[in-house]
Design a protein around this ligand. Structure first.
Ligand code: 13P
Ligand code: ZN
Length: 265
């Protein structure tokens, strides 16, 4: 099967266009990655080329050694996505090198962050294997006015929309300023991805995880909406008379069979 006829390709295309229509992808902003499973890899492997050069990774990603990652290409405009905007990378068996086997030879500049996060996600039990990165304005604005820590962002956004409690029960990680595409950003993000559902990058954007691109996108959508509401509350200048309480958050989580990380009973 041609890669652009695969379900994972079509799903990425759909949510990239949707994110672009939400204004989250100015210029080349944003990137995605999906750790392909054996059946997805098998369905498109006939298109792979082994002539690409192996490139050393700055950190080994042993848990995803021997696996293939579908990702967007660096510099892609999500407002104008086409078949040249993707790559598939192979990780060698030791998790020390990667090479492009299909598509653009320039995978996203955040590749290290994606690979290290996908690697961290394999250690979890929820089956997360996709990462979606976008630049939602309201969430970025909040990083200028709230304390940039996990507790502040997780609690304030859980308390912005009732259903957030089960959309990201493991809460949000927050990583302070780091240079885009840097190892520092990749490392700090992957550390949070060991236990958080999404990571906020101060002054930059959001790195959201999920079982699929659709799931990671949906989580980003819920977080961006909660950020929009929180920013509206703050910007209104009005005193906040009502709030979702800790007790109500716990009741909601309990009803949906999840536990809030950082707000345990
Ligand atoms: P790429 O175009 O290299 O994926 O970079 C976009 C981006 O948002 C970097 O954080
Ligand atoms: Zn970015």
């Amino acid at each position: 099967m041609m890669v652009n006829n695969s379900i994972f390709y079509k799903e990425a295309e759909k949510f990239i266009s949707l994110g672009a229509s939400f204004g989250w992808h100015e210029r080349n902003a944003g990137n995605i990655s999906l750790l392909l499973n054996d059946s997805e890899t098998g369905s498109v492997k006939e298109n792979f080329s082994n002539s690409g050069e192996w490139c050393a990774l700055p950190y080994p990603v042993c848990p995803i050694g021997g696996r293939y990652i579908f990702t967007t290409a660096s510099g892609s405009y999500f407002t104008d996505i086409d078949a040249n905007c993707y790559s598939i990378c192979e990780i060698d068996s030791k998790g020390e090198n990667f090479r492009v086997v299909w598509g653009s030879d320039r995978p996203t500049s955040e590749l290290n962050g994606h690979l290290m996060s996908l690697s961290a996600l394999t250690e979890r039990s929820d089956g997360f294997r996709a990462v979606y990165h976008c630049h939602p304005a309201d969430l970025i604005a909040l990083t200028y006015i709230l304390d940039n820590d996990d507790k502040t962002f997780s609690e304030l956004l859980w308390k912005s929309v009732t259903e957030c409690a089960f959309v990201f029960p493991n809460g949000l990680g927050v990583v302070g300023f780091e240079v885009p595409g840097s190892i520092g950003l990749a490392e700090a993000t992957a550390e949070k991805m060991r236990y958080r559902d999404a990571v906020v990058w101060s002054f930059h954007g959001l790195f959201s995880a999920g079982i699929s691109v659709k799931d990671a996108f949906g989580r980003a959508h819920a977080i961006a909406k909660a950020a929009e509401i929180r920013l509206k509350i703050i910007s209104s200048g009005a005193a906040q008379k009502n709030s979702i309480t800790d007790r109500q958050l716990l009741l909601t989580a309990e009803a949906f069979g999840c536990e809030l990380r950082g707000l345990e009973k």
